[in-house]
Design a protein around this ligand. Structure first.
Ligand code: ADP
Ligand code: MG
Ligand code: MG
Length: 506
């Protein structure tokens, strides 16, 4: 696209850029806790140190039409996934096949069934979604399009840091850290701010408001449910601080491992939280925002499942509920995106919306014994065709997928009964690009792959009947650009392969 991007910097230019980048990042909380290998715990026994988050030195070039396309479907996607999560019968049929072979899916479904038996204590639902895309160049089409990598309904991260990194790149531009040669493409007009911090915080504030007043006269609070060991705390803190400062909402961080200890469900099924530092003061929880609970490794004991059940059966709004978490599985994405699937129209009766969403789908196939599944099995077991595919299990958080030639290799050892636990997706092959990634104090220049995430917020009230709902809020909530080296198949920033980035629209 632009062969001289990113430009070569001389020593002085690079030093100036990096000094500005490092100082601005720490001054504005564009930071993470260091990895133990980078700062051993002997060096930092009280865990006080932080380091700059992995970032790109330059905003990555991104086609404006693609950015607008991704933005234009946010509300339709909010509508779609809120509708899916509200249709327990449909979702149950999709999940059914997985339950027999995937314990994690089975246990989540069990939590739902247990609460259903007793009757759900809440009707309000909050989705803070992130739909991820890559640019797909269609050689026959008039312009590039975005294709969806996946849709996240739980713990969609980096909304906190994304606003910061778009500001960082703007700052570097304003202090003259980028060379003159970029002035044709880099301008404040080509760098859209990411509004993910105010956007996601507004979503949570709307849910908090919709919860209503405490019937016990307790102060209300929002719980950030977090993993016990979390390096990406500042990403979450930015959202908390925005909730505190812009909306006057009290927030607490609650490690998943201490749910049973620090919360209880009262006779009206209100979720009551007692902070360990003020054992005499209780709060009623309006909203539980999950940044934990999406990986099987977090449910090593029955207590963890009991904790999840406790939250689910409470009257607090969950972001997400178990049903919404299940709606975000790769299986649901596959059912919608399998060529000629009738399901999209069922949930998005508005034809224009459905067509716009359909355009973002890359072909995805089941790995079961259906007709489409048989086709996929052929593609996946032949190394020459498997080369164009990625195979995904029903997992989140990065590091779980099987790529290209590794697919037939894995299938050779995996019993056929397990195959339906996966879906097979065509690889999106974005155009070649370069950037410089700054991570752990080192700059690395080279070919990169960029993934654009669009955040959306949706608040709805579940109706009496299955599939019935009333949408109260539906809005776009900023964007995330993530960039990884092109030799790495995975793109997770937290998993250690990528960097947070922003877009320069071209
Ligand atoms: P997770 O829920 O674990 O994040 P993803 O579906 O996002 O799973 O896959 C992880 C990463 O794998 C993505 O960030 C992307 O870099 C890569 N990836 C996944 N699907 C595709 C695809 N169809 N084409 C190209 N890369 C993909
Ligand atoms: Mg992903
Ligand atoms: Mg995901």
């Amino acid at each position: 696209m632009y062969p001289d991007f990113p430009p070569e910097l001389n020593g002085d230019q690079e030093a100036y850029l990096l000094t500005n980048l490092k100082d601005w990042s720490i001054a504005h909380g564009l930071a993470v806790r260091p990895t133990p290998s980078y700062v051993p715990s002997e060096t930092d026994p009280s865990g006080a140190l932080a380091t700059t988050a992995p970032v790109t030195l330059f905003p990555s070039l991104f086609p404006r039409v693609c950015f607008e396309q991704a933005k234009s479907v946010v509300e339709a996607y909010n509508e779609l996934y809120s509708a899916i999560a509200s249709d327990e019968t449909w979702l149950g049929e999709v999940i059914e096949e997985l339950i027999e072979i995937d314990d994690f899916m089975a246990n989540l479904w069990k939590v739902h069934l247990q609460v259903k038996k007793e009757g759900y204590a809440h009707t309000m639902n909050l989705g803070l979604f992130r739909s991820d895309y890559m640019v797909h160049v269609d050689l026959l089409g008039p312009q590039p399009l975005v294709k969806q990598v996946e849709f996240n309904t739980i713990a969609s991260s980096f909304g906190g840091l994304s606003s910061q990194v778009s500001s960082l790149h703007k700052h570097l531009l304003s202090v003259g850290a980028y060379p003159e040669s970029l002035s044709d493409i880099l301008s404040s007009e080509s760098l859209p701010p990411s509004t993910s911090v105010p956007g996601l915080a507004r979503g949570m504030a709307k849910a908090h408001e919709a919860y209503g007043k405490s019937s016990n006269g307790l102060q209300l609070c929002v719980i950030f449910l977090v993993q016990d060991l979390e390096r990406n705390v500042f990403d979450q803190r930015h959202l908390e601080y925005a909730l505190n400062e812009s909306h006057g909402v009290r927030t607490f961080r609650l490690p998943f491992g201490t749910v049973l200890q620090d919360t209880k469900v009262d006779t009206d099924r209100k979720l009551i939280y007692t902070p360990p530092h003020t054992p005499n003061k209780q709060y009623e929880v309006s909203l539980v925002y999950l940044r934990a609970g999406y990986a099987p490794s977090e449910y090593a004991s029955q207590e963890a499942w009991d904790a999840r059940l406790q939250l689910e059966r409470s009257a607090a709004i969950k972001c997400p509920s178990v049903l919404l978490q299940l709606a975000g599985t790769k299986k649901v994405q596959q059912v919608l995106a399998t060529p000629h699937s009738p399901h999209l129209k069922r949930f998005l009766p508005d034809e224009k919306q459905a067509d716009a969403v359909l355009k973002t789908f890359a072909p995805i196939y089941p790995m079961d014994k259906s007709e489409a599944g048989q086709e996929a099995r052929k593609l996946a077991t032949d190394p020459t065709t498997a080369e164009r595919y990625v195979m995904k299990p029903q997992r989140e958080g990065g590091g779980n997928n099987v790529y290209r030639k590794a697919i037939p290799e894995l299938l050779k050892t995996l019993p056929e009964t397990q195959w339906p636990a996966y879906i097979l997706m065509e690889m999106i092959e974005p155009p070649a690009q370069s950037n410089v990634i700054f991570r752990n104090g080192e700059s690395q220049k080279g070919g990169v792959i960029c993934e654009l995430g669009m955040y959306g917020a949706c608040l709805w009230r579940q109706g009496q009947e299955d599939g019935e709902r009333e949408v109260l809020e539906n809005f776009e909530a900023g964007y995330l650009m993530r960039t990884k080296g092109d030799s790495s198949e995975e793109g997770g920033v937290a998993a250690g392969f990528g960097a947070v980035d922003s877009v320069c629209l071209v």
